[in-house]
Design a protein around this ligand. Structure first.
Ligand code: SF4
Length: 452
């Protein structure tokens, strides 16, 4: 049985550890050495996939559009109000799927479909229907397939949610971030509790099997009291899962964040205390803390997998399947197939241009050799399951030295049986991850899958 979580974190611990970390998976990706990936290399990967048996394929689609830009945003997205621009994106997406499925075989069954962004529900209803038609013309969704989508509650309507559910989506995630008005004004995203509640209840009535809400901590004007109110209001709604992401202020890479006044941001220690508050609130309410920053109900398959030591993370997020192959479409989509990590061009125009020229729009990639693959598996196992048997710890390289230093700080325990993350160490899993960038950040759509 896992040791209990600390009821409070010592001030010295709060001051020593900073949770500063990238806020969004897609744009926080650091390429593995920025290694360009050639058309031939990609064809090679697809050929490997063609020969792989059906049964464990997932598809991610990145929709790179939003109605307005939130000031804290770190996602690859473009503000547009042009229907034509979205239609052209759908044309290019269709072309990308044509090219990939010509190589791996058309209408292969997929176990998982995830639509992220940007704001997927920025598309109007005919465009959403067309998006799904494109998927179904190229892949087969079986009764066992799970389809999920990220939605912005400010763009959702009853008709749209009914359409999305009718298109086969069972899981929906909404970005809540924070319900305090001062915080919302400071991040350029005002959405009332009433509106969020309406959208949530409508989704329940519509029949979605799972409704996830996303929060962000470390935002301007967040205080213990204000954030606690948000946590309580979110709990009252009864979401199936809650993700609590760390805001990373990085205006050099995301210039719109200059509009956020750093004087209003919590200090690193205050930020860590906010996260601790979220952990305490959700776990005391019966949710289980999974991986870095996800809270799920006790009967959730992800918690069961973590308890059994078989939780895994791929470029879509947490999964119970360690060998799922993820194909990605759309600008900045990151695929994880045939032991390769491959990222598409993130610029919408470049992505489109490459496709118009008949080229795969891949920007960089890396095919892992056996040693790297085992190291990566071992680190991911530790991050997800909070322990690593000694037999797998032997696969680690320089990471082992880093973990020994963490052991001196009481963040992990190393014994003959293997490595175990301590209750306090759970709070700095972000840090453990970011020190393994060459292996893990490359697939870190998984780090912060922030909803629209
Ligand atoms: S809705 Fe999401 S993706 Fe769009 S700007 Fe806001 S945070 Fe970024």
């Amino acid at each position: 049985m896992a040791p209990p979580l600390p009821t409070s974190l010592p001030l010295e611990f709060l001051e020593r550890h900073d949770l500063a970390a990238p806020g969004c998976p897609m744009s926080s990706l650091r390429s593995p050495g920025d290694t360009p990936f050639s058309q031939m290399q990609y064809l090679d990967v697809l050929d490997t996939l063609r020969q792989a048996p059906d049964g464990n394929l997932a598809v991610y689609i990145h929709v790179p559009f939003c109605h307005v830009r939130c000031l804290y945003c770190a996602c690859d997205t473009t503000v547009t109000h042009s229907l034509e621009k979205v239609d052209q994106y759908l044309d290019a997406l269709e072309r990308e799927m044509d090219m990939v499925t010509e190589r791996i075989g058309r209408r292969r069954p997929i176990q998982q479909l995830h639509i992220g962004g940007g704001t997927p529900n920025h598309l109007n209803e005919p465009q959403l229907a067309r998006l799904m038609e494109i998927v179904e013309n190229h892949f087969t969704l079986t009764p066992e397939s799970c389809a999920s989508i990220e939605c912005n509650p400010r763009r959702a309507s009853v008709g749209q949610l009914e359409l999305i559910h009718g298109l086969g989506f069972e899981r929906v995630s909404f970005g809540v971030q924070d319900l305090n008005t001062d915080v919302q004004r400071a991040i350029g995203r005002v959405q009332s509790l009433n509106m969020v509640r309406d959208v949530f209840l409508t989704s329940r009535q519509t029949g979605f099997e799972s409704i996830n809400l996303d929060l962000v901590y470390g935002l301007p004007f967040q205080t213990p009291r204000g954030f606690q109110a948000t946590l309580d209001q979110v709990l009252d709604l009864g979401p199936d899962r809650v993700a609590c992401f760390s805001y990373a202020h990085d205006p050099a890479r995301r210039p719109h964040q200059h509009a956020i006044n750093t004087a209003h941001l919590p200090t690193p220690a205050e930020k860590l205390a906010l996260f601790h508050r979220a952990v305490r609130t959700f776990t005391e309410a019966g949710y289980r803390w999974v991986g870095l920053d996800l809270f799920v109900l006790e009967d959730d398959e992800l918690y069961e997998a973590q308890t059994a030591g078989r939780l895994y993370r791929n470029s879509l997020g947490y999964t119970t399947s360690a060998d799922r192959q993820v194909l990605a479409f759309g600008p900045s989509g990151t695929a994880e197939v045939a032991d390769a990590l491959i990222r598409n061009e993130s610029d919408l125009r470049v992505w489109q241009m490459r496709l118009n020229n008949g080229q795969f729009p891949v920007a960089w990639g890396r095919r892992l050799d056996e040693a790297d693959r085992r190291r990566r598996q071992a680190m991911l196992h530790l991050m997800c399951n909070l322990q690593l048997p000694a037999s797998s710890a032997a696969d680690l390289d320089h990471e082992y030295e880093q973990l020994c230093r963490k052991a001196e700080q009481g963040l992990v325990e190393i014994s003959d049986e293997g490595i175990r993350v301590t209750p306090q160490g759970r709070y700095i899993l972000h840090g453990l991850c970011s020190e393994q960038d060459d292996l893990i950040d490359s697939s870190s759509q998984w780090r912060f899958r922030m909803s629209s």
